[in-house]
Design a protein around this ligand. Structure first.
Ligand SMILES: [Zn+2]
Length: 367
């Protein structure tokens, strides 16, 4: 077992992140190829489809923005903040996530946030991104919807020019808030239809089933948005059924608990419904106790259309490469399986068909 895998053995649910993060080793020789797992993953072109841009706010940037904006944080320094990343469930994390957002006030803050993420993943051979943002987390604090959009879209343009990363954004509805708030937020998004590719659903899952937002999603569909929803992360398989049949989503975020329902697994396979799976997130939020127990292997065996993603990388100990390495080494995924999963990221994206065909052809040529 190589160093990368050993590093992830130290990660357990409910413990703070080690500092620095454990993904530092060169790894082991990968299937006799002469290449380490780490190198093989680093070389794969990747598309990320499940990343909350506010969840890429690293503690160092959080403190820098707090200083710039005169915002007082509850933690004295970066080390104390990192030590608080000892989550035992989704709500634990969300409480800290919403606190972290308090430093994001100006267009420049949103720009800096997104550019830091793009710069980081450019170094991981990520070529394409569909990222989430949570406008209600900002408008509720008095930040204008337009401020958020302007900062993020400016970063998208600069990331394309500087790093060659193409991206689209997906606006998420906070499911712990009510339908009226969601409808108002959807109305605010309509003038920016050309900048927002899709509508999603995130935040506290249990107790807030997808059906709560049936009318919101119907209106979003009618307005021409593509649809996604977090489902089956902590919530039961019935939430995944609702995401598909009641909301009519084009992709399911997480979907782990679908495996508890064989009829649902069949349906997901038959429809070739993409799942955006986030292994380090599942580990950090205690969806799995050890990475070796991650359901990805069973999803692959069931013929599900899975992609790998980082979710909230600043909080969960890794970006794309770390997610591929963590689950890849723990489940002994083959080079072919990792390659197929990386390819799925492009195939499951919301690129228009011509753009997608071009991206897949480039992937297959190995460029
Ligand atoms: Zn998520």
């Amino acid at each position: 077992m190589g160093e990368a895998s050993e590093g992830f053995r130290q990660l357990r649910c409910g413990f703070p992140l080690p500092n620095p993060p454990p993904y530092r080793g060169r790894g082991f020789c990968f299937l006799g190829s002469g290449m380490t797992l780490t190198d093989a993953i680093a070389r794969l072109p990747k598309a990320e489809l499940h990343i909350h841009i506010e969840g890429s706010l690293e503690p160092e940037l959080m403190f820098a923005l707090a200083k710039r904006n005169n915002v007082r944080l509850r933690y004295p320094d970066v080390e104390a903040l990192r030590a608080a990343y000892a989550f035992t469930n989704l709500q634990d994390f969300l409480d800290l996530y919403y606190q972290g957002m308090s430093v994001l006030l100006t267009e420049a803050d949103f720009y800096d946030l997104a550019m830091a993420y793009f710069r980081k993943v450019a170094g991981q051979n990520v070529r394409y991104v569909e990222f989430f943002f949570d406008p209600q987390g900002h408008t509720a604090r008095g930040v204008a919807f337009e401020t958020v959009i302007n900062g993020l879209t400016r970063a998208q343009a600069d990331a394309a020019a500087q790093f060659g990363i193409q991206s689209r954004m997906i606006m998420c509805i906070l499911r712990h808030l009510d339908e009226a708030d969601a409808l108002r937020t959807l109305d605010q998004a309509l003038p920016y239809k050309d900048k927002i590719a899709g509508i999603g659903l995130d935040s506290s899952e249990v107790g807030h089933p997808p059906s709560k937002f049936k009318r919101v999603f119907r209106r979003a569909r009618d307005a021409g948005f593509l649809l996604v929803a977090h489902a089956g992360e902590e919530g039961p398989p019935s939430y995944v059924w609702e995401a598909i049949d009641v909301l009519g989503v084009d992709r399911v975020d997480h979907g782990n608990r679908s495996l508890e329902d064989p009829a649902l697994v069949q349906r997901l396979a038959k429809d070739r419904m993409a799942l955006t799976v986030c292994p380090l997130s599942n580990l950090r939020l205690c969806g799995v106790k050890r990475m070796e127990e991650h359901p990805l292997r069973r999803m692959l065996d069931a013929g599900l259309f899975v992609t790998l993603n980082s979710d909230d990388p600043a909080y969960f100990g890794g970006y794309m490469n770390e997610n591929f390495a963590g689950v890849g080494s723990a489940l002994s995924l083959s080079a072919a399986e990792l390659r197929q999963i990386a390819r799925n990221g492009f195939a499951a994206s919301f690129m228009p068909e011509a753009e997608k065909a071009k991206a897949l052809a480039a992937f297959d040529r190995g460029v």
